[in-house]
Write a protein that binds this ligand. Structure first.
Ligand SMILES: C[S@@+](CC[C@H](N)C(=O)[O-])C[C@H]1O[C@@H](n2cnc3c(N)ncnc32)[C@H](O)[C@@H]1O
Length: 354
């Protein structure tokens, strides 16, 4: 029996192997952490009964077609479930509710009053700081954000500040004039974007004025996306609130189990895309909210940087990035600022902008 961790994989060998599998499968395995890939190589070695790295490489070249596919299948960690870390989805829901509830009408009135009466302004505030502080407060405490907004309206520079706040996510949701763009990347077999769609569809029925929204979901794994598009699941329903189950899911008896079918109304709210995100994204648009959970952990340092740059470029100023609960950003020069450490939510605040 091979001890999984006993086998040392030399760099040259490792590179040749991932290049061969990469050519066969079209996946650039070089972007992932070596330890992550090595674990999968060792698992395949055990499976095909190869007791040395050399013999696995020989086996791989002789069965490249079949083994390449098998390697790819077990490499893709499609593990996902509906409302994964449900407190994060609650936070997402709260953001919309707080922006849309009646208190916001008061804020709007105050902004309008202040626009009519610029004499109310007293001191000049830096736009960047205003946006940062306002949006930070908003995500934590709506009341405090309201008070802060009131104080901004009493400044000399309020017209400028107002335009920044208007372009922030808060204002976009509240004004409902422009669509909110949401990207679930990676989406695996669809549980994450469907959770988002259920929340938004339910909210849309509760508010007279609700913004249009578009949900894009992407993943590198074609098979996972096929499952996502079908919207039929055998399990992973536990976390779904009962209300949503009744509204959006049909339970159907199979021979000895059940299958759960998502309603067309929810399915049609999502556009699924098959793509390797490190090579870029199909759309050039900027998103207001990006869910990027449980992918970062697999990338090596260099690709983490490339990947984060792509994500950051696709995020609107003032937009939110949701990471997985085990994921954190370390780089200090990024424009992605941690605003909710408990739920690993970041906001794009352009530090270089005047
Ligand atoms: C653990 S799942 C995360 C799914 C979901 N975000 C969640 O939190 O439940 C990781 C997914 O990353 C996908 N993936 C891996 N490398 C990728 C890449 N370069 N581009 C896009 N998706 C990738 C895998 O196919 C897999 O479905």
């Amino acid at each position: 029996m091979i001890g999984l961790t006993d086998i040392q994989i030399e760099d040259d060998f490792y590179d040749s192997l991932i290049t061969s599998i990469g050519k066969e499968t079209g996946i650039n395995f070089g972007m992932y952490r070596k330890a992550f890939i090595e674990k999968r190589i060792r698992a395949r070695m055990l499976h095909v009964n190869c007791d040395s790295y050399n013999s696995y490489y020989t086996y791989l070249l002789a069965h490249l077609d079949h083994e390449g596919e098998k390697f790819k299948d077990q490499f893709n960690i499609n593990y996902s479930y509906f409302f994964r870390n449900k407190e994060v989805f609650k936070k997402f829901e709260d953001l919309f509710v707080e922006c849309l509830d009646c208190k916001s009408k008061i804020i709007e009135n105050e902004i309008e009053d202040a626009l009519i009466d610029p004499l109310k302004n007293k001191e000049i505030l830096n736009d960047k700081l205003i946006l940062r502080k306002f949006t930070n407060l908003l995500i934590k405490n709506h009341e405090e954000a309201t008070l802060f907004l009131k104080s901004i309206l009493a400044t000399k520079n309020f017209l400028n500040a107002f335009s920044i706040i208007q372009s922030s996510l808060y204002y976009k949701i509240r004004s409902s004039k422009k669509p909110i763009y949401i990207w679930s990347c990676p989406c695996a077999s669809g549980e994450e974007p469907y959770s988002i769609a259920m929340i938004l569809d339910d909210l849309r029925n509760q508010f007279i004025k609700f913004p249009n929204y578009k949900i894009i979901a992407s993943d590198i794994d074609f098979n996972a996306l096929q499952k996502a598009k079908k919207g039929i699941y055998a399990n992973s329903m536990e976390n779904i609130p009962q209300l949503y189950k009744v509204k959006y899911i049909t339970k159907q008896k199979e021979a000895s189990s059940y299958k759960y079918i998502l309603n067309e109304k929810i399915k049609e709210q999502i556009e699924f895309i098959c793509e390797d995100v490190t090579r870029g994204h199909k759309y050039s648009l900027k998103y207001d909210i990006i869910f990027c959970r449980y992918l970062l952990i697999y990338f090596n340092r260099e690709n983490r940087r490339i990947f984060l740059k792509i994500i950051e470029d696709h995020l609107e100023e003032g937009g939110l990035l949701f990471l997985g609960k085990t994921e954190t950003l370390f780089q200090s020069n990024s424009n992605l600022k941690l605003i909710d450490p408990k739920n690993h939510i970041y906001m794009k605040i352009n530090a270089t902008k005047n």
